[in-house]
Design a binder for this molecule. Structure first.
Ligand SMILES: C[S@@+](CC[C@H](N)C(=O)[O-])C[C@H]1O[C@@H](n2cnc3c(N)ncnc32)[C@H](O)[C@@H]1O
Length: 219
């Protein structure tokens, strides 16, 4: 299989933290010293950036693989992030232990999207935020994006629509669900989605979960 991971890793966009920057501004009430869980470390540039952005905060970054982490090139803040190897949806964290869970360009490659959102809801404290930034499943480039990923990275890749993510979050009992785009780029290729864990959080068993096409173990 063509290894596009190495190709992508060399592109400047692979080190961009602008998606995090824009997304974090969408989370009102985030404490100055937040406990952040990042799912999908990649090369680690974003975790390092988060540790500089929140010098008093605590960043835990997990990834299914450690091979792409470029430790030697990373500029950390005063408090280094913790990097762990783990496979979403299993998040080795206590319930209500995070102020925000961040999934930036990771959700499209996860095998069990509903379970991931449920796990994110579990580890969030009441009032905590889920921030998801990924390819917009309604953009015309979604199909070429998935096609390239299927060839070079993973056959599991699926770009979700805002409606699908909303349904997953509703099912997990998350509230204040909203899709966002950069000003002037509504409906664009990159989409941000935010949802909050309410006080008195319960699972919404009535909400219909979505079934990702082409997956054997979707939900
Ligand atoms: C495109 S990278 C995004 C990295 C980072 N969030 C960023 O925006 O720079 C996606 C990462 O998700 C990781 N990943 C894929 N499936 C995973 C899973 N089930 N659990 C944890 N990480 C996973 C991949 O190894 C990869 O490093």
């Amino acid at each position: 299989m063509l290894n596009l991971k190495k190709v992508f890793a060399r592109l400047p966009v692979a080190r961009s933290t602008r998606a995090y920057e824009f997304g974090l501004d969408l989370l009102p009430g985030l404490p100055a010293a937040p406990r952040l869980l990042e799912i999908g470390t990649g090369q680690g540039y974003s975790a390092a950036w988060l540790s500089r952005r929140f010098p008093q905060g605590q960043v835990l970054s997990l990834d299914i693989q450690r091979t792409c982490l470029k430790r030697e090139n990373l500029a950390f803040g005063p408090r280094r992030p913790d990097f762990i190897q783990a496979t979403a949806p299993s998040l080795p964290l206590a319930a209500a232990s995070c102020d925000a869970v961040l999934l930036v360009m990771t959700f499209h490659c996860l095998p069990a999207p509903q379970q991931v959102i449920h796990e994110a809801a579990r580890v969030l404290r009441p009032g905590g935020w889920l921030l998801l930034a990924d390819v917009n499943g309604q953009h015309w480039l979604k199909t070429p994006f998935e096609w390239v990923e299927h060839i070079g990275i993973s056959p599991l890749t699926k770009a979700y629509t805002a409606g699908e993510i909303d349904a997953l979050c509703q099912h997990a009992g998350l509230s204040q669900r909203q899709a966002h785009w950069r000003p002037g780029k509504e409906g664009g290729f990159m989409m941000w989605f935010t949802a909050r864990k309410p006080e008195g959080h319960t699972i919404d068993a009535q909400a219909a979960p979505i079934t990702p096409p082409g997956r054997s173990q979707g939900l």
